[in-house]
Design a protein around this ligand. Structure first.
Ligand code: NDP
Length: 438
């Protein structure tokens, strides 16, 4: 911990895993002997590079880019690329570390990694975004390949950015393959990849509710964020009969007491795609805009935080408990601070950590990789069915591990411990089999 005190997000993610896998570790002396945990907290390597590009005025800009190749014990390094001014090594190491176990949970052959740049896409023109993506891949292409490391999107990186990066990779290597996932459907992308993280989180939620003999129909849902994960989580929750009351962004929270519907969600998607303000919604559909506020002061049954890390602090968690929230499903990665997690668990709020609940995105990325390899494509229905099955398997595996390692009482399932145990064990077993080479 002292060695990485300057990387608080990374330490936070590692501590959570360390505390929850203790019973598994005690039961497996071979993990201790092989120093599996000590090995897994050090990435295989971190690649760090400068990105030079020109803005529309012809001025030279300089940014920093990274790729953290954390573990390829179970398959090629796999994880998104984030473009946001807050990106640094601590953030990418926490994301890459979590990604190892998330990818293991999907049951698909993928290792863990993450990348990004401290580039701020806000206010940039399309040609500036294109030039930055090209410049970023001009450096990154040396280190990635469909069998080595397969990046994808994350905050600030969607279909448009993936396409620009793919074009540069193809141009430099003359290779048309599955080096990136989240590509356009017409040129190698998988159907449903765009929807998969948000839809998958709601499928996970349905399994949690079923385990408590409840259903999503009629439940009041608070969603934070208004990006890829948030809007698709909101969309699926609406489709299944929930009332989605909020979405938010870095400027504030939108509250619609009548609930969102498909038309409103389509409007929100179009608005965000043009980088226009969320608050314009009120003029079109009514509702309220709470500037610079998060959604957590509103009453509801279920919260799906889907914006960014540590967006829910202890005070927010207290508001959630007071306001009747009984289920929290993390669409984002590590959106709750450690203190917030402690508070909601103390109050027995059913809680699905991101590495289990938002694994649907990378799962469909895994399916995209296999479709690229065999050069054959599946239908939307086939992928949706597979996604549902994967989310159910992750849910059931975590619930079973929670029971086996004594983390369950009175029907409360410790998904955090269960998911960490299942993910960690899969990776640890592989590392033990390899000896000390990985
Ligand atoms: P997007 O860029 O599409 O959307 C991010 C949303 O969160 C935007 O509404 C943005 O607001 C808001 N946001 C981002 N940073 C902040 C901040 N510091 N404070 C307040 N609001 C913020 O990203 P995604 O939807 O792809 O990702 C959201 C989360 O989900 C991340 O934690 C990501 O790691 C995780 N995730 C994403 C997956 C995917 O498939 N895309 C897969 C698994 C996890 P604004 O528009 O104002 O910036």
């Amino acid at each position: 911990e002292a060695r990485y005190a300057h990387q608080p997000e990374f330490v936070q993610a590692v501590k959570e895993v360390a505390l929850t896998i203790a019973p598994l570790y005690d039961a497996h002396p071979e993990f201790q002997k092989m120093k599996i945990f000590e090995r897994l907290v050090e990435p295989d390597r971190i690649i760090c590079f400068r990105v030079n590009w020109e803005n529309d005025k012809g001025e030279v800009q300089v940014n920093r880019g990274w790729r953290v190749q954390f573990s390829n014990a179970l398959g090629p390094y796999k994880g998104g690329v984030r473009f946001h001014p807050t990106v640094n090594q601590s953030v990418l190491k926490f994301l890459g570390f979590e990604q190892i176990f998330k990818n293991a949970l999907t049951g698909l052959p993928m290792g863990g990694g993450k990348g990004g740049a401290d580039f701020d896409p806000k206010g940039k023109t399309d040609s500036e975004i294109r030039r930055f993506c090209y410049a970023f891949m001009r450096e990154l292409h040396h280190y990635v390949n469909k069998d080595i490391d397969v990046p994808a999107g994350d905050i600030g990186v969607g279909g448009r950015e993936v396409s620009y990066m793919f074009a540069m990779y193809k141009n430099l290597t003359r290779e048309y393959g599955g080096v990136l996932t989240g590509k356009g459907v017409g040129f190698g992308g998988s159907l449903m990849r765009t929807e998969a993280t948000g839809y998958g989180a709601v499928y996970f939620l349905e399994n949690m509710l079923a385990a408590q003999n409840e259903s999503i129909e009629g439940k009041k849902v608070l969603v934070s964020g208004a990006g890829n994960v948030s809007l698709h989580a909101a969309e699926k929750a609406c489709m299944l009969g929930a009332t989605v009351l909020t979405v938010s962004d870095s400027q504030g929270t939108l509250y619609d007491a009548n609930g969102l519907n498909q038309e409103k969600i389509d409007w929100l998607k179009a608005q965000k795609a043009q980088s226009k303000p969320l608050c314009d919604y009120v003029d079109v559909y009514g509702g309220e805009w709470f500037a610079q506020q998060k959604p957590w002061h509103i009453k509801g049954d279920i919260a799906i935080p889907s914006a960014t890390q540590n967006e829910v602090n202890e005070d927010d968690a207290k508001h959630m408990v007071e306001n009747g929230i009984r289920y929290i499903v993390e669409g984002a990665n590590m959106p709750l601070t450690a203190e917030a997690v402690d508070h909601i668990r103390l109050h027995r709020v059913h809680y699905a950590p991101g590495k289990a609940a938002n694994a649907g995105g990378v799962a469909v990325s895994g399916l995209e990789m296999s479709q690229n390899s065999v050069r054959q494509y599946k239908t939307f229905e086939e992928i949706d069915e597979r996604l549902k099955r994967i989310m159910k398997n992750i849910h059931d595996g975590a619930a079973e591990a929670s029971a086996n390692y004594g983390q369950t009482d009175n029907g409360y399932i410790d998904y955090m411990a269960g998911a960490n145990i299942v993910g960690f064990k899969r990776v640890a077993d592989a590392l033990c089999a390899y000896g000390i080479l990985n």
